[in-house]
Write a protein that binds this ligand. Structure first.
Ligand SMILES: CC(=O)Nc1ccn([C@H]2C[C@H](O)[C@@H](CO)O2)c(=O)n1
Length: 104
């Protein structure tokens, strides 16, 4: 059983340590600092790594910075486009900062 999923297209960045943050809606804001999460692919729920939560912080869409984008391994326009696709109309997000613990 996995605790969180990511779209498959982000798997390689996560296991390489290039992506160290994810922006989620309130339904995924309950994770806590120090918690280790089993991570699966959204498309098939196959486990691919374990991450440790560093922090969970509320952030508004218009407060996103180049630093958030760098942590996502994207440009800021790319990140805003991804968020608009996944969460249309949503402005209140949660930044989950994490580190890779183990890859499958
Ligand atoms: C089900 C669901 O919401 N899955 C998600 C949500 C977000 N992500 C990624 C996409 C971006 O890199 C950031 C910003 O939301 O998090 C995801 O992989 N899967």
């Amino acid at each position: 059983m996995n605790d969180i999923t990511f779209f498959q297209r982000f798997e390689s960045d996560i296991v390489a340590g290039r992506k160290t943050i994810t922006l989620r809606d309130a339904s995924e804001s309950h994770f806590t600092t120090g918690q280790q999460l089993r991570v699966g692919r959204y498309e098939d729920d196959v486990y691919f790594c374990t991450i440790e939560v560093i922090s969970v912080t509320p952030v508004m869409l218009d407060e996103l910075t180049q630093e958030h984008a760098r942590q996502e391994n994207m440009t800021l326009p790319q990140l805003k486009e991804v968020i608009a696709d996944i969460y249309p109309g949503l402005t209140a997000l949660y930044a989950i900062v994490f580190r890779l613990v183990t890859a499958a």
